[in-house]
Ligand binder design. Structure first.
Ligand SMILES: Cc1cc2nc3c(=O)[nH]c(=O)nc-3n(C[C@H](O)[C@H](O)[C@H](O)COP(=O)(O)OP(=O)(O)OC[C@H]3O[C@@H](n4cnc5c(N)ncnc54)[C@H](O)[C@@H]3O)c2cc1C
Length: 414
């Protein structure tokens, strides 16, 4: 049964503090407002000029926009899609970025964090082993449906000019940048590309060159489960993994049975969630009791490439700069952090204190120093999971019996 949403019914503003394991309902007035503003805006005024144009309204773009606008920069934030919307994501937000997220949201959607589902534990189901890892401090499970909408709303509140259903088609020059969009052309002194890991703006490897066996896709849906455990459960199998965790939507009104099920799988092995479930006996058994709450959403292709935080004078943030393996649950955190960092590095340029080139060099350095280690360590751990089975089994024995090692591995990805 799908819970229905109605603004009139959203009357519970519960201001209980965020606590691990809590599954509480929340209400956000800002999400209510957003439903009324999803239509594409009017054409851009002729000769429209901004200090900073940010392309992509995910966590990276919104974080950059809020940070820059709060520093007095004139910002345009452009998103080709609508909000709110479901997004392929495990919806786990690591503790390291919860303060940053709270700062970005300001007083716009306090309930989003206060009443999020706290996640104090991860369980890895691999080759018949179960490795429990404390998540300390606990992360939070926050539905992208609400998170992206709340950040977008906070950006508008911070003074950012926001445009939904507007696609950036090309970007030329650098002094200023000439940005062509579906709503007309604009000029901007600086541009942040926050278009995610695959977009018309990024020049990535051609798909035609990759074998189906090397292509990965992501698929997710929400289901209903009796008393879901406050943990991120990761089911690994040959050619992919599937994550399961409890999550809440603003419109749930006390339904505490919603879980997010999100898989990353090789495209030649499965294309839909039921096929994914069959890849892991324990997952297949658990999924027998689930009831679908949303239509599945998918994304493809998922490709891991060398991070590149700048390109042609533009700064890249979030997945556009570098895609971290999703199983470490740090993509949102990296998006928020790199978005804020990109805006911070550009602000002195926009205040005419340094050149654009200098701003880009500062950003690359900061990215390399603070974020690159997370991406590198995550791909090392990913390789560990791809070891031949006998070797992997020995590693799993070690991890089962040495939680200190496991905690160290988790720390390496933060
Ligand atoms: C299977 C899977 C599971 C994951 N699980 C987790 C998890 O549990 N925890 C976690 O932290 N991370 C997870 N991630 C990663 C996380 O989803 C991403 O890292 C995060 O969404 C990156 O945010 P972003 O803002 O960089 O990009 P996105 O969220 O992808 O946003 C980019 C936006 O740009 C817009 N856009 C693109 N091109 C244009 C254009 N030309 N003009 C205008 N707009 C444009 C898109 O519509 C989109 O809204 C997962 C990813 C996958 C694939």
């Amino acid at each position: 049964m799908v819970a229905s949403w109605s603004p009139a019914a959203s009357h519970h503003l519960l201001s209980r503090p965020f606590r691990p394991g809590a599954v509480l309902r929340y209400y956000s007035r800002s999400v209510t407002t957003l439903y009324m503003t999803t239509a594409a805006g009017p054409k851009l005024a002729e000769g429209a000029t901004y200090d900073l144009a940010i392309v992509g309204g995910g966590p990276a773009g919104a974080s950059a926009a809020i940070t820059a606008a709060s520093a007095g920069v004139r910002v345009l934030l452009v998103e080709r899609g609508r909000l709110p919307r479901q997004r392929v994501c495990g919806e786990f937000v690591s503790a390291e970025s919860l303060d940053l997220l709270a700062g970005l949201l300001g007083n716009m959607s306090p309930a989003l964090l206060q009443e999020a589902v706290g996640i104090p534990e991860a369980r890895l189901f691999v080759d018949g082993h179960t490795v429990c890892v404390p998540v300390d401090p606990p992360g939070a499970s926050i539905a992208r449906f609400d998170l992206d909408a709340a950040l977008w709303q906070a950006a508008a509140h911070a003074g950012v000019e926001t445009r939904l259903q507007t696609s950036v088609e090309s970007i030329a020059g650098a002094r200023p940048f000439l940005v062509s969009t579906s709503a007309g052309e604009l000029r901007a002194l600086a541009v942040i590309d926050a278009t995610g890991r695959w977009s018309n703006l990024s020049h990535k490897a051609k798909l035609t060159n990759s074998e189906p066996g090397q292509r990965w896709l992501g698929v997710k849906a929400h289901f209903s489960e009796e008393s879901p455990r406050a943990s991120v459960d990761l089911y690994f199998f040959e050619g992919g993994y599937c994550g399961v965790s409890p999550v809440r939507l603003a419109r749930d009104h006390g339904n505490e049975r919603r879980i997010n099920v999100c898989a990353m799988v090789r495209a030649d092995l499965a294309r839909a969630l039921p096929e994914v479930f069959m890849k892991h006996p324990q997952l297949a058994q658990r999924a027998r009791h689930w009831e679908a709450l949303t239509e599945p959403v998918g994304t493809s292709p998922l490709m891991f490439q060398r991070p590149r935080p700048t390109f042609n004078g533009m700064l890249r943030a979030g997945d556009a700069a570098g895609f971290v393996d999703p199983f470490v649950g740090d993509g949102i955190s990296l998006a928020l952090r790199s978005g804020a960092m990109a805006a911070e590095c550009l602000t002195p340029f926009l205040k005419r204190e340094i050149s654009l080139r200098e701003a880009a060099v500062r950003y690359s350095r900061e990215y390399e120093r603070r974020l690159l280690p997370v991406l590198r360590n995550s791909s090392k751990i990913r390789r560990l999971l791809r070891l031949p089975r006998p070797l992997r089994t020995s590693c799993l024995h070690l991890l089962e019996n040495a939680p200190v090692v496991m905690r160290y591995l988790v720390r390496m990805t933060r």
